[in-house]
Design a binder for this molecule. Sequence first.
Ligand SMILES: Cc1cc2nc3c(=O)[nH]c(=O)nc-3n(C[C@H](O)[C@H](O)[C@H](O)COP(=O)(O)OP(=O)(O)OC[C@H]3O[C@@H](n4cnc5c(N)ncnc54)[C@H](O)[C@@H]3O)c2cc1C
Length: 439
Amino acid sequence: MRVVVVGAGLAGLRASQQLTAAGADVVLVEGGVRPGGRVRTVRDVFTGGQYSESGAEWVDDHHHRMLELLDRFGVRTLGTGEQWTVIRRWLHHGGRLLDPAAIRTADPGIDEQFERFEAIVDAVTAGVIDANAPHLHPQAAEADAQSLQDVAERADLGELAAIFKRRDSQGEFAAEPRQVSLLFVAQQRAHQRDAAGDRTITAFRVEGGFSQVADGMAAELGDVVHFGETLTAVEQHADGVIVHTDRRTLDADHLVLACSLVPLRRVDFRTPMPEALHAAVHGLGYGTVTKTSVQWSARQWPAGYATTAGRAQRIYEPTADQPGDTGILMSYCGGDGGHEWATMPEGERIELAAAEMRSMHGLTAHALGGYSRAWSTEPRFGGSYSVYEPGQVTAFWSVLREPWGRVHLAGEHVAECTGYMEGALESGETVAARILAAG
Ligand SMILES: Cc1cc2nc3c(=O)[nH]c(=O)nc-3n(C[C@H](O)[C@H](O)[C@H](O)COP(=O)(O)OP(=O)(O)OC[C@H]3O[C@@H](n4cnc5c(N)ncnc54)[C@H](O)[C@@H]3O)c2cc1C
């Protein structure tokens, strides 16, 4: 069986691995010059062997596929694990860095406001019986029509709680609260509930960076992977698919499109897609994350994520578990802010982030170097990760997950564990199993 896979991110690498292991003849074409896609560790701009992740940074303790791969390639997790519920502990507001006690002094009702917010999300989550089929929720249309902004309004959040919840949305979903479907949030929570039960999930960075996993997978595939080759057009007929790249034409029994939907919007699909699929491919929301890393000559900051009302949104230290006197701070900006940062030249972003870091922590250390990556303006990605906007779970969830004849979508956007490396792997496995079953 001949299969063409487009994209050497984790989804395409996993699908290719499983298909070749079952004896299929696979050609994996990747437009870029390296494997990993949105997994991209950066080290060359830093001194002392330090590094930071410009894309995926954390593996959750229930992401078994990822943990197994880390083990296979000898990549160790770092530290004791962070709990998402407690790492966001500082708030930079009104020129002051408030610790958890000071935040509660500033707004004694903040915990009740958070509880009201969570109770609304929990009530909808309870109706998601199968996290892989959120559209079957008994009030699917009603929940999907609402956004996280509606939840914030119903929970009657005060100023500080609203900043935290907006930053949570911009961080977790990379989008503004108004752009995130409540049903999508419930689906994500239901997936975590089913995978981890009642225990609190912890997340880990890894020693040496996640790129090692993609590099290891690509090395195992050897000459199956073809770098610098871009999909340009697709024709589908009853017995197969004709795949055009900027280098050649390939005949295949199946085609796996294992890349973000944004670059697919430029591909010439000569056999027209069904209307519902076309609408989903062209309409699905994508978050905007701009990550900006600056290395400092000394670590002059307290541990933990700091949320800021300022433009840097969130500042934290990716090198917390790396040795050395120097340290890196990261600004993580999503939603409207991620877009706004993307309009600036990289050097300007680094300077702006450095200025916010200095002001937040009163740094006197020297900035040694840095980089900034705006995923929304990278043509082969067009965003950081998918976000189902209001109305999109009911309209797009199942249509994106069904095969279109011999063409199959893979990637984080069609996983149950949407938005994560684990989801990319999951989607690659799903598609490989479906193709092998179809023959
Ligand atoms: C800023 C950021 C932070 C993140 N944080 C985390 C995290 O902490 N934990 C976590 O688990 N996940 C995180 N993620 C998500 C995770 O990185 C992705 O879900 C996952 O890597 C997506 O893999 P993929 O294979 O679906 O797609 P991709 O990695 O995008 O791979 C697709 C590949 O297809 C290629 N391609 C595109 N178009 C074409 C074409 N026409 N022809 C040929 N090739 C093409 C691209 O170059 C790319 O290499 C983060 C992502 C970002 C951007």
